[in-house]
Write a protein that binds this ligand. Structure first.
Ligand SMILES: [Zn+2]
Length: 75
């Protein structure tokens, strides 16, 4: 069983500011406000959350899907 990572470094595409953030395990985070330039980030088309688009690691639900091949998220 693969370990799921719950921390990701989000990098703002506008100013390059990077911050380590905890990822919610029970929901996808759709909006994220950059702590530096205050830009409200939204996921790229096809991505489920801001961590998939701008984070160093995909969100927990995507990690679970990648490791199991299943769309269902299990802890
Ligand atoms: Zn920014």
């Amino acid at each position: 069983m693969n370990d799921i990572v719950f921390k990701s470094v989000l990098t703002c595409p506008h100013c390059g500011f990077a911050k380590r953030e905890a990822m919610p395990t029970d929901a996808c985070q759709f909006y994220y406000e950059c702590g530096n330039c205050k830009t409200l980030l939204r996921p790229n088309p096809g991505d489920c959350c801001v961590f998939c688009s701008f984070g160093s690691i995909k969100c927990p639900s995507m990690q679970a899907r990648d490791s199991s091949g299943n769309t269902e998220f299990r802890l």
